[in-house]
Design a protein around this ligand. Sequence first.
Ligand code: LLP
Length: 453
Amino acid sequence: MTGVLGVPWSHGVVRRADGAVEVGGVDVRDLAAEHGTPAYVLDEADFRARARGYRTAFATAFAEVGTGVDVYYAGKALLTVAVARWAREEGLRVDTASGGELAVALRAGVPGAEIGLHGNNKSDAEIAAALDAGVGRIIVDSLVEVDRVAALAAARGVVAPVMVRVTTGVHAGGHEYISTAHEDQKFGLSVSAGPTGGDSPAMQALLAVVARPELHLLGIHSHIGSQILDPAGFEAAARVVLRLRAGLADRTGVLVDEVDLGGGYGIAYLPGEVPLEEDRIAKDVASAVAAICAEHGTPLPRISIEPGRAVVGPAGLTLYTVGTVKPVVLDDGRVRTYVSVDGGMSDNIRPALYGADYHAELVGRSSDAEPVLARVVGKHCESGDVVVHEVMLPGDVRAGDLLAVAATGAYGRSMASNYNLLTRPPVVAVSGGASRVLVRRETTDDLLALDLG
Ligand code: LLP
């Protein structure tokens, strides 16, 4: 029977009566024949729906408490020219984390004013490129960067719009959040007292920006983590940031217009997992922000957020072809079937890097064979080269089968490498029964072209 596969697949993934799967109206066997495997497949309608969903949920929730919202798509999750255009067409702005991401957003025609630039160690060239493009905001990450951005702005005779990234002590990810005073990490400026006491590094940076005529202080930025499933972390961070905003206003009379609460909205990677629901999180955060501002007696700031994974993660799947299949007897007597595919840690480093779990299914045919405990592995010279740690697959899985891994749209292609000099897979968009290559497959000639001998 034909049926939508559901979580964690994109909305457009359907298993047909003959057992084959289609995505965006395109049979995966046709995708494999036309584009080869491995391939990243991106369901355009699903991306657009999620982008719209975030924009609408946050705009609605914050309108109810009386302020506006800008949603920035975090390009680090996956940025191609087409993806940046989709984001813009759905009313999102684009958050970039390097000169490379900035260049892609600009190539897509995203106006500079709708782009933000992040980075804990931006080069002068990146800052200059951002200023020349007239970006809407540069998120400064250190005290020295305040001076560097000011100098580069002065050289151009422009006033640079900046936000100050602060660390609130709130960390979130997975199912819980933790809150500590001092932060032992490289991003942002702490709201806790610095090594010599006195003003916190965050306050020092805010005061420094206010004092520089070449800089306009737009607001305060906080990003607390990624793959967050508990809204409490966002509320705790908002409390810290809004207190700092009120403190700065008391000190200087400058009440910043904007507060960015970052990205990190969690998604489902496995069947049965419950993603963070954007309507609910938007309502919770909006009412918390309104209540905290009321406590401080300050008007509400404009809010911005930066979802990446939640917009593009579920929209993507990776299509592989099965090669070697090898049963291995475990110490406890169980048998684990190692299913090797034609990609691996070079197209998805997340299982090896974070122990991330994924879900896979055979998608080119149906099977009535008894399911077996399987581990999907790649073709790299490394035993940690795991694609899916544990999944039940039909016992007759064999070479030539097509296998798809769900929810690989975020941080798959964007963290891909050429380990073992494998060539990186293409990004193929599907929509309305047609496919289109957004980023072509790398070739061995591409690799050799970089090697000057
Ligand atoms: N904004 C800022 C300032 C960020 O640092 C990040 C992610 C985001 C937004 C977007 O977060 P998202 O909504 O996508 O969770 N490579 C890791 C994730 C690292 C994220 C780093 N910053 C992974 O594969 O899970």
